[in-house]
Design a protein around this ligand. Sequence first.
Ligand SMILES: Cc1cc2nc3c(=O)[nH]c(=O)nc-3n(C[C@H](O)[C@H](O)[C@H](O)COP(=O)(O)OP(=O)(O)OC[C@H]3O[C@@H](n4cnc5c(N)ncnc54)[C@H](O)[C@@H]3O)c2cc1C
Length: 497
Amino acid sequence: MPKIIIIGGGIAGLSAGIYARKCGFECEIHEKHFKVGGECTGWERKGYHIDNCVHWMTGTSPSSDIHETWCKVHALGKDVEIIQNPSFLSVEYNGQKLELWQDLNRLRQDMLTISPEDAKEIEKFVANIKLYQSVILPANKPLEQYSIWELFSLIKSMFAVGRIHKEYSRMSMRTYSQKFKHPLLQKMILSYMPKTYNISSFFYVLGTFSSGNGALPKGGSTGITDRMSALYTELGGKTFCKKEAVSIDIDKFKAKRVIFKDGTTAEGDFIICACDASVVFEKLLGKKHLDKYFKLHFFHKHKHPVYSSFNAYIGVNDSKLRMSDTTWFEGKKFDVCNKKCNSFLLKYYGTEPNFSPEGKSLLQALLVQYEDDFEYWKSLYTNNIDAYKQAKLRIAQSIISNIEEHYPELKGKLEIIETVTPMSFNRLCGAYKGAYMSFILTPFAKKKIHKGHLRYIKNVYLAGQWLQPPGGLPNAVVTGKFVIQRICKKEGLKFVQ
Ligand SMILES: Cc1cc2nc3c(=O)[nH]c(=O)nc-3n(C[C@H](O)[C@H](O)[C@H](O)COP(=O)(O)OP(=O)(O)OC[C@H]3O[C@@H](n4cnc5c(N)ncnc54)[C@H](O)[C@@H]3O)c2cc1C
């Protein structure tokens, strides 16, 4: 059987590896880090477990298209407990609070109580969330392998949402927020997602959550990748860590071998680049291989921006907090990358008591960062590492002060455990501008999907979230599956689920 070399052992690389083995290919994953997982990872710090990634995972509902894929790669399964929080987000402003309940009747009622004068817009808001519950991420096979009838039935299943999607995919979050008169409802629209997204993305998130398809697997990010990695190994897949690919040798439109930083090489019949797209085109293949899709996305920043975050993990000397899973509130202004900031998302790991030592709890404050912020961190990291470290501590300290002011009962109980910047994601995973999701879906551009291979190099294929904006775990896992389906088709082999 042909041999496949996979560069990158994140969700996409692991998914590709598992399906490659199921289909009988010889397979090697080469990962630059000391362990697989990519952005979907975690580590231990001061007795706490730092969960780097998962806040919600599309595909937790057995009735969704993608659920089966998650189970086939053992990220989910009968042995994996699913945590369904009753509310997605708690938004607090001016002494008032709104919980985005999974129960849409409860959400509607609470919104009407807060702002009866917004009744008409509230009814529409809830109706839109219900319509977006029908939006599915095709996970069965790549779109080009759909028959006309399969395409027709896919389009038909999303017909109802299609009518409003056209309008909302062109509307900014800010424009939509202004449809509401009450400031708390306006803040709610703007609190969760980066401001450059279109509003349809927010409806998609709430539609997914409210339908029970956006819950959390117990054990968090490392739980997901440990199970996937174990299945891959069980199937006979080989993994090589601390193997940073630096280039791919191309001869007569065919990749001959992958060259690693330590001077070793690997050869295969197919090479799958499952690492960050910027690594592929800035390092492995070079810019001359950029195709139309990536030129469009990398060079039209206004239409296809990216984002990242500054994350502070805060230990609490108290094991019984009364907090929602995720909360947003405004506090005192503080400096972040030469800008003023007064809010962040605060996640409480109450459903994962094992992430903190006995008698303690863990919080994560997440502050959205844009491309200019990445440049700020990069410059500090490169030119003055002490200033970089001090900036991280100063921001984390300001976050603690704001938490203490908002929750006076926590005063004196908080401690900085870990800080992560966009530069961390760039250094550890090669993330383009520190972005750990793919290109943002803005109101200014149509969503496009990459076909997963390059026209002029016959045996190099791509996988990973950058092929399917806005990225995230579901797009990573399906592109890992799709790439093997494409190779099977090319080789005339039967794809094994
Ligand atoms: C803070 C945070 C919160 C998130 N929250 C969510 C969430 O709630 N829900 C959700 O769906 N998604 C979330 N994500 C996004 C999710 O983690 C990513 O979309 C997903 O893990 C991307 O997987 P990937 O395989 O495409 O890429 P990656 O995870 O980037 O994997 C690529 C791999 O390639 C390796 N690599 C890079 N260069 C080389 C090289 N030269 N040689 C060899 N190997 C190389 C990297 O080390 C990495 O392991 C979050 C991410 C972060 C960081």
